[in-house]
Write a protein that binds this ligand. Structure first.
Ligand code: NAI
Ligand code: 15L
Length: 268
């Protein structure tokens, strides 16, 4: 049966806030979890991914998990280790113990961020391109994808790992014209990832059907995902403001964009 009750971790965050609004329209009842209180949601569970008992209690009785919680930008290795590596392990272990059979894991384009971006007539980047993280953050997403594979092969917990591009209400950079996922398409993709049958562990890129797309959406479409949005409507304005991506600037040369060159910027 299709999952109905879904644990949404990271519910206080940017993507969590968008999905809190959009996923219930597909009929899901959400249980919310975050280390921070969730605005306007007094029933949300406030807990840390590092607290195994809290995580186990949070997953108890749900049909599936959409796992968004964690550090979402580059940070020190120690912080990434706690929140994203140990935290994601705790979530999978809790799911195994509680018999939860489906997880949608918010992976990231930064798992492959050091891959040169296609230029001109270059082919789209396939989903099985060798992983080339651009940060410790991206490395933690590689770990999460491998953890998902392990829990499928060994314990029968299914995962769709979604290598999200940039999911924000609007694209705000020229790079985002290629990697943007509209919130509505994000909800479509998460719904497909929650309901497609026999996914085992499937890795997909998460973006809209952008004219300037850099990667292959084939594995996402195979789940039943049909994106409806295209960032091209924002192209003229963004290119007039910022110019085209440069071929020689290292922060424009790879899928991960400025993550390849930025210092750690996680604020706490
Ligand atoms: P965000 O930083 O706004 O939200 C992350 C949430 O996780 C925050 O509310 C934070 O309090 C919570 N969190 C952090 N550490 C925690 C812990 N130890 N225990 C419990 N909760 C914890 O990030 P955003 O943009 O909402 O992203 C959500 C997820 O999607 C992240 O895993 C991120 O890596 C991934 N992602 C997001 C993209 C985007 O475009 N928004 C792109 C690629 C990946
Ligand atoms: C990510 O993984 C981040 O979580 C998000 O904040 C965006 O910066 C996105 O990647 C991106 O690549 O634009």
């Amino acid at each position: 049966p299709a999952p109905r009750t879904v644990l949404l971790t990271g519910a206080a965050g940017g993507l969590g806030t968008l999905m809190r609004e959009l996923l219930p329209r597909y009929g899901y009842t959400l249980r919310l979890f975050d280390v921070r209180p969730v605005d306007g949601e007094p029933d949300a569970v406030v807990g840390d991914l590092g607290d195994r008992d809290a995580v186990r209690e949070a997953v108890r009785g749900v049909d599936a998990v959409v796992h968004l919680a964690g550090i979402s930008l580059e940070a020190s290795f120690d912080k990434i280790l706690k929140a994203n590596i140990e935290g994601t392990y705790n979530l999978y272990e809790a799911a195994r113990e509680e018999g939860v059979r489906r997880i949608v894991f918010a992976s990231s384009n930064h798992a492959v961020g050091h891959t040169p971006r296609p230029q001109g007539d270059d082919p789209l980047i396939p989903v099985d391109t060798p992983r080339r993280p651009d940060t410790f953050y991206g490395l933690s997403k590689c770990f999460g994808e491998d953890l998902a594979q392990l829990y499928w092969d060994k314990h029968g917990v299914e995962t769709v790992s979604v290598r999200i591009g940039s999911c924000f209400p609007e694209p705000t950079s020229v790079r985002m014209l290629s990697v943007w996922m509209s919130p509505a398409d994000g909800a479509r993709l998460f719904h497909a990832a929650l309901t497609a049958e026999g996914v085992g562990h499937t890795v997909v890129y998460g973006s809209s059907a952008n004219t300037r797309l850099w990667w292959d959406l084939g594995s996402a479409r195979a789940l039943g995902y049909e994106p409806r949005d295209d960032s091209e409507v924002f192209a003229e304005k963004l290119i007039a403001e910022q110019g085209e991506l440069s071929a020689s600037d290292p922060s424009h040369a790879y899928l991960g964009g400025h993550f390849v060159t930025d210092p750690p910027i996680w604020p706490y």
